[in-house]
Structure formats: structure tokens, C-alpha cells
Design a protein around this ligand. Structure first.
Ligand code: HEM
Length: 642
């Protein structure tokens, strides 16, 4: 059955949005936007015959009401006939892929998926320059550039790739407990909320078999190959998350790409076993699981405001029935590939009610007027863990309430949403007259007994901000934060950056900022952090009893001439860091005269197994600087030709 009906009168607010079940025909087996079935089962009573009989069928409005009641009844009957195949078709998935129930599988670590073919993967990054960080980001940006940023019929390769990558990075650190876990490159692939991650990570679903239909022609694995010899997987996954956020961010004033680079610190260790990896929060458990994951003192130990700031990542990407069993987007269609504050605006400026997801789980779906998507072609949803930030004690499983707020209150908090250049509230551009009119817009028409759906938020007093009736005052633990972020995107981005840093650094031990300006360290003996057992260093290591004493050292920062002072004629090893930096040695205290043979360069690897830019006696400082223990002054230059 295919009936499409949208309410006739805007001014009486009796407009009705009807769910549409499409014709079964398709083009080449593909379901197009106009045909794509939309299935929503709103858990609330629908209009009945009493309302139908009571309707005045001699007026246009009356006929609209009567039709609406009949349609609701057809909806109900259709819903009862919805088959699993319908659900699958909704997301144009193959029936075989549909499996919202987690299937038991052995624990597979991220390392097994993100292999390092050319080198031995480093467990911990010893040194990373700005340049190296930028190369990783740029290579990931190149993949995304190829996807383009068009969204057609809900399909956006960019959103799929960015969502998948960011999910990998975020869901990695959420297992931090008792000082273990965190951003350590460990993911439980068998967790339903992590299903489908293989697509952007490796693209090869022979190791992890839960790929969803979002396949990509390139994956993070191809980028990782270029860096896995020097950058740990744990660091790489965080950088990948930063790359996709920087690429999809749209703020006119905040430059996430630059900001992330400026505050990134490297040195996370990739966990070899992932033995202590704990399960992700269960979305159904709402704020109890937010507390366990984000607030608990043995976990990330964040505040509610920080938790809310972090959850804004769900502004990218979607939930899929064959992965988590939830289904839909947290944002409207034009925002699926934008890292903006649309997530917060959606929570408070839409009307939400409990519904069954097409994957068979309980979630929150839009029950408002939804003139911005009248045929429900872009199903939007929220999880209990999202809604509980604002609304107390509500779950899609047990609550039968409508989550909405008063228009005047939202406007007062500077929370606005536009659709086709017009202000929109609960999916409508109408100008509601009072509480009842707003309630109708946000929660739909009353049930067959004429009873409107109760609000999830408490009724407060009548404020001067709202027109007609009381304010609705939600009292969730992060209500203020969600309002603030919904009203000011840059405020959110600022707080998000801080909590992202906190969350991705938790439990990682000592981390080091990227070396963006040149820094030269001269050592009396050896650079610190050299692992023993390198064949080329074996003789030197033996001579020093298996240890590498650093001795006296001096750090020279920035370009220019640096006199070595007390280390004159003592230097045996040198480390130079920073992008495109070179260090020339002189045997004069003021760097006058000609420099020694060759400069030491920050981007040259002088000994296999050592970081770039490190020269030790075994490789012969003499062979680069012309002599050992004879430098008195070092001239540092920085010139990138790229
Ligand atoms: C209470 C906390 C959280 C819960 C319960 C949760 C749960 C989920 C679920 C169920 C999905 C849908 C997966 C699918 O069906 O494909 C999802 C997707 C996603 N999650 Fe989370 N998540 C949480 C926190 C986070 C955090 C902290 C981040 C990142 C910092 C994050 C990033 C994402 C992203 C970007 C997606 C979209 C994935 C895509 O489009 O492929 N999540 N999450």
C-alpha cells in the first residue's frame, strides 16, 4: 500500500506527517530515494474510530483529521506486516548482512588488522616531527578528497569514512579503566557498536568478517603502511581521528586541523594483547553507562559537561541495523558529513519519542512535524545515552513521553535551526501560537482519547520567553552544556578540543609535543632512548657494558648559531628534530669559517632502527661532521622545499 499525505492546514497545526511505505519496484535492484521504504514504529497510541467518527467531514480540516486517523490505522497495520527484508531494504543492505545480535568471535586486536608489511611496527613512537604528523593527516585527507562531499539519497562516502575512522579512535579510548586501556590501539571488534569498522581500517574482511556495506576503495591501512616503522598504531589511530574531524569541520573561526597539530603529543604504546580491554557502554543503559565510562574516577573521570562535549562526535556518521542494531542518523541529511554542533541542536530543537529501530532495538525517533523531511526519507535517531544528557530517567524501552522544549526558551538561549533559509522548530517553519500548538508540532496529534503525549521534561513556570503556557525544564545532568553547545558551535569546538586531548592521553604515560621548530641535542656519549640489541651498535654497547650512558648533554633550540660552551670538543652524538632542519658543525666557538663536511639532517635515518636525525659514534659522527669530539659551535637551519 502506498499512500502519501501531508496535512492540509498549516494554521490549525493539524498537519500530519505520514510514514510512507513505498512500492516494491526498484531500479536495477537499487532502491532510490523516492522509493526507499521508511519504517518507523512510534510507540504511542494512534487515532481510533472514535476520533474518526467525531471528525467533521464537511470541512477541509475535518476531512484532514479523518484521513489522518485512517492513515494512522493503516500505518499500524502496515507496521505489523513489516518484514525483516523490509528493514534490510531500508538501508539497502543484503539480507545476509543483517545481524543485530552480537555473534561470538575470538578477541582480535587492532594490530592483527593493521599490519605493517614493510617494517617492524613500532610499539611506541620515539620521535615525531610536525612534518610526520602532517604527512599522515594529508594522506588521509587525500582519501577523503576523492570521496567528494556530496550527499545524495542519504549516501555520503565522506560521512561513512569519517564516521568509521572517528568511531575507531573514540571507541578505542572508552575502555580506559584503572589506569589501563585508553588510546592503546585496542578495539573489541565483536562489540556490535564496533561492527563494520574493518571497512575503513583495512577493507579486508577476511580477518574480521563483520564488514558492512560501506566499502571504500582505500583504507587507513594503506596510510599506516607509510608510517608504521616509526609511528605506533595507538598514536596513528588518534591522528586519523583528528584528520577526519579537521577535514569535516566547517567553523569560520576555528581551525581544527591546525589546533589538533599544535596540541598533539606522541608516545602512546600500542597494546600487544588487549587483555584488559573492557566492553563499550551499552546505549540502552543511558546515563548509568555514561557514568561508568566517562565520569567514574577509575575511568576517564570527566565531568558531565566534558562528557556532553565528547558525545558531539555523533554529529558525524550513523548507526546501522547490521552493526549495532540501531538505525538512523544523529543529524539531518545536509549535516551528515559536517563536524558541527548539529547533534546538540537536534536533541533540543526536535520532538523525540520512543520507537523501534529497523534493527529491532529501542531508540528515540523524531515524532515532530518534520516538514524538513516530510516523507521520512532520512530517519533520525538518538540513543538513551544521548537523550539522558538532557532528560532525566527516560529510556526508549520504558518511557512513553515526548522529549521537547519550548520555542521561546530555545530562542532565548540562541538555539536556532534553519531549513531552506527559514527558522525551523520541531521540523516546522510555522509560528506556533501557544503551548498546545508547539506540543502538536513537536509531539504529533493527541491519541484516540484526545490525550496529548506527556512531555519528558518537567513543566516549569511561565517565563517571559515562552508564548502561552509554561516552560519545559529538562533536568538531565548535562542540560546546560547541551544548551550552550547547541547555541554556540565555537564554544563547543573549544571545549571539545580540550576533552579530546584529555581522553586520548589518559593512561598513555609520558607524551611529547611534536617538534615543529628545530631542536638539536648534543651528547657527550649517546642519545637517550636507544633500544639495545641493534646489530650496528652491538660493539659500542658491549664496550659500555650493555648500557648507553648519555653523559653531559646540551639542547640547542631554534635556528641560528649555538656555541657549545662547556660541551666544546666533547660531542660524540647528535640528535636533530624538527621539520627540514640541518645542523652544521664548526670548530670555532662563533661558527666562523667553513663548516664540517656535511650537515646532520632531521629527515635522514643514519642507522637502521634509530629515529630520524640521530647520529651516534657507531655510525661515525666523524663521517658526517668530519670529526668526533671536536665541534665547538653548531649552526642550525630550517628550509622545507615542499
Ligand atoms: C556512551 C557513549 C557511546 C555510545 C553508547 C556509542 C554508541 C555508538 C553506536 C551504537 C554507534 C552506531 C554504530 C553502528 O551501528 O555502526 C556509534 C557510532 C559512532 N560513534 Fe559512538 N558511542 C559512544 C561514544 C562515542 C565517542 C566518545 C566517540 C568518539 C569520540 C564516538 C564516535 C562514534 C562515531 C563517529 C560513530 C558513527 C560511526 C559511523 O558512521 O560509522 N562514539 N556509537
Amino acid at each position: 500500500m502506498s499512500v502519501s499525505f501531508k496535512g492540509v492546514t498549516e494554521n490549525t497545526h493539524r498537519a500530519v506527517i505520514r510514514t510512507v511505505k513505498p512500492e516494491t519496484s526498484s531500479h536495477n535492484g537499487m532502491i532510490t530515494k523516492t522509493q526507499r521504504p521508511v519504517v518507523r514504529k512510534v510507540v504511542r497510541p494512534v487515532g481510533g474510530l472514535a476520533e474518526y467518527e467525531a471528525s467533521d467531514q464537511t470541512t477541509l480540516d475535518g476531512v484532514a483529521v479523518a484521513l489522518h486517523v485512517l492513515e494512522k490505522r493503516m500505518d499500524l497495520l502496515e507496521d505489523q506486516n513489516i518484514t525483516k527484508a523490509d528493514h534490510v531494504a531500508h538501508f539497502a543492505r543484503t539480507p545476509q548482512a543483517y545481524d543485530p545480535v552480537p555473534s561470538p568471535s575470538p578477541h582480535i586486536s587492532l594490530q592483527q588488522v593493521m599490519t605493517c608489511s614493510q617494517h617492524t611496527a613500532v610499539e611506541k613512537t620515539i620521535y615525531m616531527s610536525c612534518d610526520q604528523y602532517e604527512s599522515i593527516v594529508d594522506e588521509i585527507r587525500a582519501i577523503m578528497t576523492e570521496f567528494g562531499n556530496t550527499v545524495t539519497n542519504n549516501h555520503s562516502k565522506l560521512a561513512d569514512f569519517a564516521g568509521c575512522t572517528l568511531r575507531a579512535a573514540g571507541h578505542d579510548f572508552m575502555d580506559f579503566r584503572d589506569n589501563a586501556g585508553g588510546s592503546d590501539g585496542c578495539l573489541r571488534f565483536e562489540d556490535p557498536d564496533n561492527k563494520g569498522l574493518i571497512n575503513c581500517l583495512n577493507g579486508n574482511s577476511t580477518v574480521v568478517t563483520d564488514a558492512d556495506t560501506d566499502s571504500f576503495n582505500k583504507s587507513l591501512h594503506s596510510v599506516y603502511q607509510n608510517h608504521c616503522g616509526v609511528v605506533s598504531l595507538a598514536d596513528f589511530i588518534v591522528i586519523a581521528g583528528e584528520a577526519v574531524m579537521g577535514f569535516t569541520e566547517v567553523s569560520a573561526t576555528v581551525d581544527l586541523k591546525e589546533d589538533f597539530k599544535a596540541s598533539f603529543r606522541y608516545g602512546r604504546t600500542t597494546s600487544a594483547t588487549c587483555a584488559n580491554n573492557v566492553a563499550l557502554p551499552n546505549p540502552a543503559n543511558g546515563c548509568a553507562d555514561n557514568e561508568q565510562t566517562f565520569l567514574a574516577s577509575n575511568a576517564l573521570h570527566l565531568s558531565w559537561r566534558e562528557t556532553a562535549a565528547l558525545m558531539g562526535v555523533h554529529t558525524i556518521g550513523k548507526a546501522s541495523p547490521e552493526n549495532s542494531g540501531f538505525s538512523g542518523w544523529w543529524q539531518d541529511e545536509q549535516n551528515v558529513a559536517r563536524f558541527n554542533n548539529n547533534y546538540y541542536i537536534s536533541i533540543v530543537n526536535h520532538g523525540w519519542g520512543p520507537e523501534d529501530s529497523v534493527g529491532g532495538k529501542k531508540q528515540w525517533g523524531r515524532i515532530d512535524f518534520r516538514h524538513d523531511d516530510p516523507n521520512s526519507l532520512h530517519p533520525e535517531m538518538m540513543l538513551n545515552t544521548d537523550m539522558c544528557l538532557v532528560y532525566t530517567n527516560v529510556t526508549a524501552e520504558l518511557s512513553n513521553c515526548c522529549a521537547w522544549e519550548r520555542l521561546g526558551d530555545l530562542q532565548h538561549m540562541n538555539i536556532t535551526e534553519t531549513y531552506e533559509n527559514k527558522s525551523i522548530f520541531c521540523g516546522s517553519t510555522d509560528n506556533p501560537a501557544d503551548f498546545a500548538a508547539e506540543q502538536l508540532m513537536c509531539c504529533g496529534p493527541p491519541d484516540l482519547y484526545g490525550v496529548s503525549m506527556g512531555a519528558c521534561a518537567h513543566e516549569g513556570s511561565a517565563t517571559s520567553y515562552v508564548t502561552g503556557g509554561a516552560s519545559l525544564v529538562p533536568q538531565g545532568p548535562a542540560t546546560d552544556a547541551v544548551h550552550a553547545f547547541a547555541g554556540n558551535e565555537d564554544l563547543w569546538l573549544g571545549e571539545f578540543k580540550a576533552v579530546w586531548k584529555l581522553a586520548t592521553e589518559k593512561g598513555a604515560g609520558t607524551l611529547t609535543a611534536l617538534q615543529c621548530e628545530c631542536q638539536v641535542t648534543v651528547y657527550e656519549h649517546w642519545p637517550e632512548g636507544i633500544p639495545s640489541g641493534l646489530s650496528d651498535l652491538a660493539a659500542a654497547e658491549q664496550a659500555w657494558g650493555g648500557r648507553f650512558p648519555t653523559g653531559a648533554k646540551k639542547v640547542l633550540t631554534g635556528i641560528g648559531n649555538h656555541s657549545l660552551g662547556t660541551l666544546s670538543n666533547l660531542t660524540s652524538s647528535v640528535k636533530i628534530q624538527g621539520d627540514c632542519c640541518k645542523a652544521y658543525a664548526y670548530t670555532t666557538a662563533d661558527c666562523s669559517g667553513a663548516p664540517a663536511d656535511h650537515p646532520i639532517e632531521s629527515e635522514v635515518q643514519y642507522l637502521n632502527g634509530l629515529p630520524l636525525g640521530v647520529v651516534t659514534p657507531a655510525t661515525g659522527l666523524a663521517s658526517v661532521w668530519g670529526c668526533n669530539d671536536c665541534a665547538q659551535c653548531v649552526k642550525v637551519t630550517q628550509q622545507c622545499t615542499r
